[in-house]
Design a protein around this ligand. Structure first.
Ligand SMILES: Nc1ncnc2c1ncn2[C@@H]1O[C@H](COP(=O)(O)OP(=O)(O)OP(=O)(O)O)[C@@H](O)[C@H]1O
Ligand SMILES: [Mg+2]
Length: 318
């Protein structure tokens, strides 16, 4: 049984201007210890997918249908109280900006200890202190004991993100959802943090959903990739297949955009046009206006096809 199985999930926002189908019928699954990358442009519905996993969808948004089967139980049917127990415990989330996850007026040590004591009523203060120092060492924070007394503003961006990862890992979650965890960081620090997340996920045998707009990031880290476009998954499969043999024209475009070593072409490729607004989606395939292969057939939204071990939604891939 997969650790997480998402079936035909719909998360919509009921706004004054209309219904925004931020997540519109997506399905994927993650095995224990597996890393899934969710990649796509801004507004594709990646974060809303992540938030849905944790039951963090607020008004005017709502999970309107579908299943999120985690460890055999459907999280969509759980009450807020039950979800609170799961959040930060069995499923944890790391956000783009470490600033939002850390309280600026509480020391790093107190925040970590508080998180341990909240979920672990039997732990003593001393246990919590020792566990906090251990986890800071594990995520590679230099001078862990000293850092326990530091406040977030006294740390660099990369160090803060290490603390956030430590916090997320405290209770040994089975699933970690990381939403653009390195976007706010310098490129060299980015690579370190990504490597750390991969190592920890393997060491802890915990699964990871890595959300990013950067296909280079998913290509380095993930076992599986879901490519999202305008609230839907357009291609989904094993990392090797998606990266080395992309089939959907959108995935091909994303990979074309990657800078290649030894390439003398000066200008990088860009997919023409922009993703349509979720409030005015075209009839048929949502990508058709940007797609060089589109024709009349694409005026109907393509059905799912299973081709060479991946799932794909495109009329032009046979
Ligand atoms: N609270 C909200 N109310 C209305 N619409 C929302 C709300 N939150 C998100 N949306 C809409 O849902 C869609 C998907 O948003 P989401 O944040 O998941 O995109 P994303 O893929 O994470 O983009 P980015 O790469 O910019 O983070 C967007 O069109 C967004 O405007
Ligand atoms: Mg986002």
């Amino acid at each position: 049984m997969a650790l997480l199985e998402v079936n035909n999930l719909h998360t919509h926002f009921f706004t004054r201007n209309g219904i925004i189908k931020a997540v519109d019928g997506i399905s994927f699954s993650i095995e224990k210890g597996e890393i899934l990358g969710i990649v796509g442009e801004s507004g594709a519905g990646k974060s809303i997918t992540g938030f849905s996993m944790l039951g963090l969808i607020d008004q005017p948004g709502k999970i309107v249908s579908g299943e999120i089967i985690f460890n055999g139980v459907d999280l969509v049917k759980k009450s807020e109280k039950e979800l609170q127990k799961i959040r930060g415990n069995e499923i944890a989330m790391i956000f783009q900006d470490p600033q939002t996850s850390l309280n600026p007026v509480i020391s790093i040590g107190d925040q970590l200890m508080e998180a341990i004591l909240y979920h672990n009523k039997k732990a003593s203060k001393k246990d919590a202190y020792n566990a906090s120092v251990d986890i800071l060492k594990l995520v590679g924070l230099p001078a862990a004991e000293k850092r326990m007394k530091s406040y977030p503003h006294q740390l660099s961006g990369g160090m803060k993100q290490r603390v956030v990862i430590a916090m997320a890992l405290l209770n040994n979650p089975k699933l970690l959802v990381a939403d653009e965890p390195t976007t706010a960081l310098d490129v060299t620090i980015q690579a370190q943090i990504l490597y750390l997340m991969k190592k920890l996920s393997k060491d802890f045998d915990s699964s990871l959903i890595l959300i990013t707009h950067d296909i280079a990031v998913v290509s380095q880290l993930c076992d599986k990739i879901a490519v999202m476009y305008a609230g839907r998954i357009v291609e989904y499969g094993k990392k090797e297949d998606i990266i080395f043999n992309p089939k959907h024209p959108y995935t091909k475009g994303l990979i074309e955009c990657l800078p290649k070593l030894n390439d003398d072409k000066e200008r990088l490729y860009q997919i023409p046009g922009i993703m349509p607004s979720l409030l005015s989606l075209p009839e048929g395939c949502y990508f058709k206006d940007r797609c060089e292969f589109a024709d009349k057939e694409c005026d109907v939204y393509p059905d799912q096809q299973d081709i060479e071990g991946r799932r794909i939604f495109c009329h032009k891939v046979k």
